[in-house]
Design a protein. Structure first.
Length: 281
């Protein structure tokens, strides 16, 4: 499965006046590695070096700044948000304003998502964009809502409540009939389904595609993510659709503390950032 990774960079004591890169702040551990020594941990720790984060209005949009210096993506592009996304710019500035002495990478989800949109999907036809679309299309063949169950009754009820309307929506909007199966074999979708839905992804702008990518990884479903990005369902409804099986288990056996509740909040956090990215306010 394709997973974007941004490599960590050591941060120099001083920063050039032209802007501040988010590279170190957005460093991710894509795969397990050897434990860091105490010295290495110190080298990979980024401490707060700015006093205030601001949103500065520019002719081309809203620029997020740290102490009046432009915040930049890992690729070195200024984080300029379109004129119709003032709220998004404000939320990103708020992420940085609320950092403590030591920068917490997990507390910058919107910064990460916007950087992904700008660096990864800014140019139509780019290798990164095409590669991501290829990877996301693979989710269609194993979509969560394509695998239904005939029991227990709670699961069947929740599938009908949350999944059936999405199957109908996909048919009505895209002319695609989603194949569903109760067995172990892969579902067979209607003829031309792959081509029609790939065309939908190719028509997305950089913001929509970045939003769709995160929504797919959060929900493990191509259809749920598409319905969410297209505005058919809300973030809350998308989360409920993605957690049908868990909800059925909780109904039958009860909630596992520090597991189900953590997952519940995590998926809503991810989908909340998607909603914020798409909001034109």
């Amino acid at each position: 499965m394709f997973r974007p990774a941004i490599h960590a960079l050591r941060v120099a004591p001083r920063f050039p006046a032209r802007g501040l890169s988010t590279s170190a702040a957005l460093a991710t551990e894509a795969r397990p590695g050897p434990a860091l020594s105490q010295t290495n941990r110190a080298e990979h720790t980024l401490r707060r070096f700015w006093k205030h984060a601001h949103v500065q209005e520019e002719p081309e949009g809203f620029l997020v700044t740290l102490d009046k210096r432009a915040l930049k993506s890992p690729a070195g592009t200024k984080l300029v948000l379109p004129k119709d996304r003032r709220l998004l710019a404000t939320l990103i500035a708020n992420e940085w304003e609320n950092q403590d002495k030591v920068l917490k990478q997990h507390a910058l989800p919107l910064t990460s998502l916007v950087s992904r949109a700008i660096d990864g999907f800014g140019a139509p036809g780019s290798p990164t964009r095409e590669g991501v679309i290829d990877a996301l299309m693979e989710y269609l063949g194993t979509d969560t809502i394509a695998f239904t169950a005939e029991a227990p009754s709670a699961l069947v009820r929740l599938q009908k409540e949350h999944w059936d309307p999405l199957v109908k929506w996909l048919k009505d909007k895209y002319g695609v009939t989603l194949g569903q199966t109760t067995g172990f074999g892969l579902p067979e979708h209607s003829e031309g389904a792959h081509e029609k839905l790939r065309k939908a992804l190719e028509g997305m702008d950089s913001w929509q595609l970045a939003a769709f990518e995160r929504a797919v990884y959060a929900t493990k479903s191509f259809v749920i993510a598409l319905a969410f990005v297209e505005g058919r369902i809300t973030a809350h409804e998308a989360a409920l659709a993605a957690q049908v099986e868990v909800a059925a288990q909780i109904e039958q056996w009860g909630e596992v503390e520090d597991t189900h509740d953590v997952d519940y909040q995590d998926i809503r956090r991810s989908l909340g950032t998607v909603a914020a990215l798409l909001a034109k306010v």
